[in-house]
Design a protein around this ligand. Structure first.
Ligand code: NAD
Length: 340
């Protein structure tokens, strides 16, 4: 199959080429993001391969369908950036990588919690400048603290297991509680009760209309004062303006973000020679108790290899049988909601 692959970096190309060695698809790499303006680059391809900040809206999908594209293979688990109803109407199959390494994201989440708590980001700079004072580096024992996990799917489950290993009391919220997570000793509560009780809350739910701005001004009123908030799910699960207010008034004592509502204009690019036009993002960077990484939680060798292999597997299955291995559709999403 001819495949146009968007938003690619050298590391993507290396691993996709390796995964494709026996499959033999013709992969054409494009560095730009897939959007309505760049969709014409897919000319001649029967499949496109897209990443998290590509814009798979009606306009983009319409152009792809007119070009003869039949498969959209996502190199991600999340599919909030795809208009699934439009894809269905246009006869486009959408496939994703439902699980690649929940450990990658879970371990990055722990790195953020530990770094923020023990101020590793500050200590790193201090020691390099010969400043060995401990003032301002005081942390707390994670052992015995109440930690809330919002969303106990594949990633949230691993986070729960790691937190229990640290001796934390773990609370969770999820419309579909997991028996396996419950069996570990995690208690499920409503999300508001979780925010009221927890010293740390970490978000692992997908971005949906129900989770959009889950942490907003109204929820701020229910946070335990000085709590730590971690978001490695999707930027718009938190209302960043509201969270900024929470940081200013001390409601939020520490914030770890791997994702940001407007990250598409920033992340995955080297902008060190430019300046940041996003005032909200720039303001967040001024806080010593805010740690931001640029959507790198998934970025381990194991996860990238798995993404490449499952993506090529999806394309091969579609080429051979007209069905990808891991299809995502409006019907499937609705079916899951009904089943729950
Ligand atoms: P998953 O589908 O296995 O689990 C998501 C869980 O969230 C499910 O159990 C679901 O029932 C639950 N959920 C849905 N709505 C909820 C709500 N309103 N409140 C609480 N829970 C809710 O997905 P996963 O593989 O664990 O990934 C979770 C999310 O992490 C993805 O959707 C994606 O947005 C994000 N992610 C980020 C990175 C990164 O690099 N930062 C990498 C992979 C995934």
């Amino acid at each position: 199959m001819d495949v146009a692959i968007f938003s690619t970096k050298p590391y993507d190309r290396r691993l996709l080429d390796a995964a494709n060695a026996t499959a033999g698809h013709r992969l054409v790499y494009h560095e730009p993001r897939l959007a309505a303006e760049t969709a014409l680059l897919a000319q001649g391809a029967q499949a496109v391969c897209a990443f998290v900040n590509d814009e798979l809206d009606q306009a983009t999908l319409g152009t792809l369908a007119r070009l003869g594209v039949r498969l959209v293979a996502l190199r991600s688990a999340g599919f909030n950036h795809v208009d699934l109803a439009a894809a269905r109407a246009l006869g486009l199959t959408v496939a994703r990588v439902p699980a690649y390494s929940p450990h990658a994201v879970a371990e990055h989440t722990m790195a953020m919690i530990l770094a923020l708590n023990r101020k590793i980001h500050k200590a790193y700079n201090r020691v390099r400048e010969g400043n060995f004072a401990l003032d301002g580096l005081l942390g707390f024992d994670l052992h015995g603290k109440a930690v809330g996990v919002v969303g106990t799917g594949q990633i949230g489950e691993v986070v729960c297991r790691i937190l229990l290993g640290f001796g934390c009391r773990v609370l969770a919220s999820d419309p579909y509680p997991s028996p396996a997570v419950r069996a570990m000793g995690v208690s499920y509560v409503e999300s508001r009760a979780l925010f009221e009780a927890c010293d740390i809350v970490t978000l692992h739910c997908p971005l949906t209309p129900q989770t959009h701005h889950l942490v907003d001004s109204a929820m701020l009123a229910h946070l335990k004062r000085g709590m730590m908030l971690i978001n490695t799910s999707r930027g718009a699960v938190i209302d960043t303006q509201a969270v900024l207010r929470g940081l200013k008034d001390g409601t939020i004592g520490a914030l770890g973000l791997d994702v940001y509502e407007e990250e598409a204009d920033l992340f995955f690019e080297d902008l060190s020679g430019a300046f940041i036009r996003d005032d909200l993002f720039a303001r967040l960077l001024t806080f010593p108790n805010v740690l931001i990484t640029g959507h790198q939680a998934f970025f381990t060798h194991e996860a990238l290899s798995a993404i490449a292999e499952v993506t090529i597997g999806n394309i091969s299955a579609f080429a051979e049988r007209g069905r990808a291995l891991h299809e995502v559709s409006v019907e499937k999403i609705a079916g899951r909601a009904a089943a729950g």
